[in-house]
Structures are given as C-alpha cells and as structure tokens.
Design a protein around this ligand. Sequence first.
Ligand code: PMP
Length: 445
Amino acid sequence: MTTKDEGGRSPQPTGETAGAVRSHSGPEEILALKKQYLIPCVYHFYKRPPHLVAAEGVWMFDSAGRRYLDAYSGVTVMSAGHGNREILDAAAEQASRLQHTTTIYLTEPLVRLAEALAGVAPGELCRSFFCASGSEANEGAMLLASLKTGRSDFLALDHGLHGRTKLAASATGLPMWRTDPRPLETVHFISSPYCARCPWCRTYPGCGMECLDAVERKIGEVGAHRLAGMILEPVAGNGGIIVPPLEYLSGLADLCRRSNILLILDEIQTGFGRTGHWFACEASGVVPDIMTVAKALGNGFPIAAFITNDDIAGAYTKPGASTFGGNPVCCAAALATLAVHRRDSLADRARELGLWLGRRLERLAGSSPVLEVRGRGLMWGIELVDFAGEPDAALCDDILERAKDEGFLIGKTGPGRNVLTLMPPLVVEQSELEPLVDMLEACLC
Ligand code: PMP
C-alpha cells in the first residue's frame, strides 16, 4: 500500500519511474509499480510477463532484447503493422501543425475521415460520429438507436462484449466482463449461434437455424414495441471467435427489419480487413442500420466511430460532442491507415493468408484437446477441452506461456478462457506464421 507523507501526499515518483518508457527497467520493477499504482482490475497475460519496449512490423521486443512475433495485434489493433512509417509520419506532421481543437471548431481531417469511411462502409452507411474508444462508439450507437425509435431496450448475445460504459457493459454478455453489480435491465440476452456447443443441441446445417428462432421468440417475449435494436459482433471475438453460419446474420437482418428494430453491428474487432472483407458483415451481404468501429481504424491511435445512414442520423440533432473524438492527429493517422489498407489490399491478403492458416490449423482439429478450430480471414480460435470435454483454461494458459517463451504472442478468449486466439497484423507473411503453427502442432498433436 502507498504511504503518504505528513501532508497526505503520495511520495513523488523518482526520475526513473516518472520516465515514460525506460527500457532498463525489468519486468519485476514494472510489476511492482503496477501493483502499487494501478487499480487491481488491470490484469495481464502470463505468469512471467515480458516487459515490452519496442515494436516494428509484426515483431515486438522486450527489455531483455528478446523478439516476439505479435500474433494478437494488441487485440486486432495493429493491422497495418507496428511502427508503420506512413501512418506515423501523417500523425507527426499533423501533430506538429495542429494537435487538438475538439469538434466545436472546423478542421479538415475529421470530415475527410468521415468521407473516407463513407467510401468503404457497406451500403448507404455514410454518416459518422467520432469518439475515442470502442465502448463510447457502442454507447453512442445505442443512444442513436433509442433516439431514432423512441425505445429503450436492446437485444444482445450472451457471448458478446461491447465495452465498459454503463449501457455497453450492460449489453456485454460474457460473465468475465460483466463487472457492474447492477447492469441495466433493459438489455435482453439470447444464446449465441455457437455451433460447437449448440445451446439447442442441434447440428448445423440440419438444425433449421434454431438460433434465429430464439431471436424471434425473444422479440415476441420482450415486445418489439419496447426494443430499439439488437447489438452483436458478426464474429464474437472475446466470446471465443464464435463464427456463426453466414445465413445467421442475413436472417437476423431480416428479422430486425420485419420487427422494425435496428440492427447494430459491432465491427470493433472484425472491421478493416480482419475477416477478409473490409467489414465482416459483407460476407453475409448484410448492411446494418448502425455500425461501430475502433481498434484497427487508428492502427494504434485512439479513434472510434459509429456510422449510420442519412435517415437514422437525422434523429440525432441535439448537440453532441466528444473532446477527443475526431482529434486531428488521430484522424490523420486513421486516414493514412485506410490508405495503406486500400493500397495494399489488406482485406484480400487476410482472406488469402487466412485460407492457408485455416487449412494448417485444421490439422490440429483431430487432436484430443482440440474441440474446434474456427475463424475467418486472420481471426482464428482453437478451443481446448479436457478429457471430459470441459473448457481447459489451464492448458490454454500453459500453451500461451510456452508460446511466449518461444517468441510468439498469441491471445486467449472465450467464457471458459480456453480458446487460443490468433489475430496477427494483416501485413504478416506466411513464412512468419509457419513457425507459430509448427509450435502449436508440437504442443497439441
Ligand atoms: N467491442 C468489442 C468487440 C471489443 O473487442 C472491445 C474491446 N475489446 C470493445 C467493444 C470495447 O472497446 P474499447 O476497449 O476501445 O472501449
């Protein structure tokens, strides 16, 4: 616990610890400071976490000079690679001219980014509101849906994660991330289309899409007249890379349209090429009413948005502002990021490399601790189970640690924390992924 001096002040940090990044501090020192100064909820992966100090392309480096393949991209953020010169130069150039204004003043990067997003967003989604995090984007999207419909309730999936703010957290179904002891009761949950453990004990494709019937039943139970919309991720990232059948999303869009409720797609993990399309909904031919984006949009700069069509945007006319939303530096970085994605066809790259990666990972599917390998593009999960078929979080942790010790940073997700998760930067080469898959094979086969 921190001791305070007689004036009740905490001791001043030393020059050493006050420095932003001091590469000569080791992980033990960082861990001690973390324990002393951070709220305990800020957790980290690994029993022996590396102290990361630098990154370039798909590689990260720790304070001991070890190199790691980043196969998690800081949770799908660094899709265009770490230290991307074009993006950094655009941000630095903007920062040196005009760093901050907020949206009450007229600046160009904000509107240019909105224009660029309208160019890549599906269908007629063409109006953006910028903010600084995914949580805010989802909170804002749900506010907009309430403004448009005049209703307050939402449907969400039990494997979804939508953020830490009150409503976004209330719409988060994953128990691990439902921290609020009193979440709003206006969100109604439905079981996810999780074919590996179908909640209705059916087998795709002969299942009659019971998962869609469940949504229809829930709409009937709650009453469409109370529902503003349904929010979900097209592929549930934190939920364990739950990849629904393509017709799930199209069926859902149809259901929402017929029930006159809005479809909000959280593309915060799946957006910007991750699944082999600009946005994951494109694979199902679905255009949501509102779409939220964050993470890879800024390639490490904090920027997020909710995007909608002219008609729905027209419901939000009361002044709205976000101090950091649409910050010129983040907008310049995001514009450069989109340019890199477009020029280097990163979505196509993710799709093609993803086909190879999927084929390689499928070989693991026959081994006993692997319940299922699933994914799209460069977003893959390997679900691990014990001899009784129960989630094996301990094995998942062991492999995560071993991978790190062998120079690979991968993730873990799922309600049982038993899904190894691979989401490398989209600029990764096949030859860089091969040793990682070999290592996983050695662990699991
Ligand atoms: N939605 C999804 C799908 C996410 O993965 C996350 C973050 N992991 C969020 C929303 C919340 O984003 P943020 O942490 O930027 O608030």
